[in-house]
Design a protein. Structure first.
Length: 321
């Protein structure tokens, strides 16, 4: 693989292209400053304006959300895994039909494997622009977003309508639902009963891993973070490991699966037969199967990353293992 070919598989943090109209709450006060990024795969954006950096999917999607302080993402649910880690800032995640069933605050480097089938939202509670990186299960990321009914109603009051085809229409731009396209149905009271209301104590111990704990566990080898025998025991259709400087042992390896490297801190040198590249915080690299590579910190000091690998498990609901 040439350096140019590999560079096409690296999405640099500084090159990320945001979409401010990705979802139905794009005009709703308090949520109208969000930026959505689709890095690998089409994600779950509802807007044709969304830029996709790498369209090929390895069994999962990778994206990101950037928000200024006090900006929030509205309550929604997914049919497959949604995993976040905090790249920059301080974030509050909350869940439940009205967002009051439970909550947790995540700091930089913390990771949250949010259970499928619950309404969830998040907000930047820091003092600067924040960024969270996301991993979504499945090639089609579960087929889209399921919104809490009040989100759809609030959006309609501010000019945005979601069609049953999963696309947004903006009345502020003179758009309306096309002939033959009905509005996205709002969940009924009976359907809402299927969405659980777990408490903070139900969720945090089993679905949140703290950065400092991962640092400690990855002292001599990568720390399994999400997987059947990991810190967060689940089978979401992919595995997540945490790597820090010194934890790889032999830095030369190859895999028979797709691998996405998502840098948290420090700079990493990735080299292979044909070239080398340096990965910086916020960069994402899609490494193809079979490529023999060498991965190591490019300089002294703290260096860490999350490594996502495809596996043979189907994407689906969270499993309590």
């Amino acid at each position: 693989m040439t350096p140019t070919e590999m560079e096409s598989r690296i999405v640099r943090y500084g090159d990320l292209r945001p979409c401010k109209t990705a979802f139905i709450d794009a005009h709703t006060p308090g949520s109208d400053q969000k930026e959505n990024f689709t890095i690998i795969g089409g994600g779950v954006s509802e807007s044709p304006d969304q830029h996709v950096h790498i369209r090929d999917t390895p069994g999962f999607n990778i994206g990101a959300a950037g928000q200024p302080p006090k900006c929030r993402n509205s309550l929604h649910s997914h049919r497959t895994a949604e995993v976040f880690f905090v790249l920059r800032g301080r974030w509050r995640f909350f869940w439940g039909r009205w967002g009051d069933a439970g909550e947790v605050v995540l700091e930089e480097g913390d990771i949250f494997n949010i259970p499928t089938g619950i309404f969830r939202g998040f907000e930047n509670i820091g003092t600067d622009y924040g960024m969270i990186m996301a991993i979504l299960g499945g090639d089609d990321a579960g087929g889209g977003v399921i919104w809490a009914p009040q989100v759809i109603e609030d959006a309609r009051a501010h000019g945005l309508m979601l069609g049953e085809n999963g696309r947004l229409y903006d009345s502020r731009k003179g758009e309306s639902l096309p002939a033959g396209v009905a509005p996205m149905p709002v969940l009924t009271d009976e359907e809402l009963k299927a969405f659980p209301e777990p408490t903070t104590l139900d969720v945090v111990p089993r679905y949140v891993a703290r950065y400092q704990d991962m640092i400690a566990l990855a002292y001599r080898s990568p720390a399994p973070v999400i997987g059947p025998d990991a810190m967060l025991r689940d089978r979401p259709g992919f595995d997540v490991d945490f790597i820090r400087n010194g934890s790889l042992g032999d830095p030369v390896y190859a895999t028979d699966t797709h691998e996405a490297l998502m840098v948290m801190r420090g700079h990493w040198r990735l080299s292979w037969d044909g070239g080398r590249a340096t990965l910086a915080p916020g960069d994402t690299c899609a490494v193809p199967p079979g490529l023999r590579r060498r991965l190591e910190p490019a300089m002294t000091g703290e260096a860490s990353m999350f490594r996502v690998r495809s596996n043979e498990d189907p994407a689906g609901l969270t499993q309590i293992l």
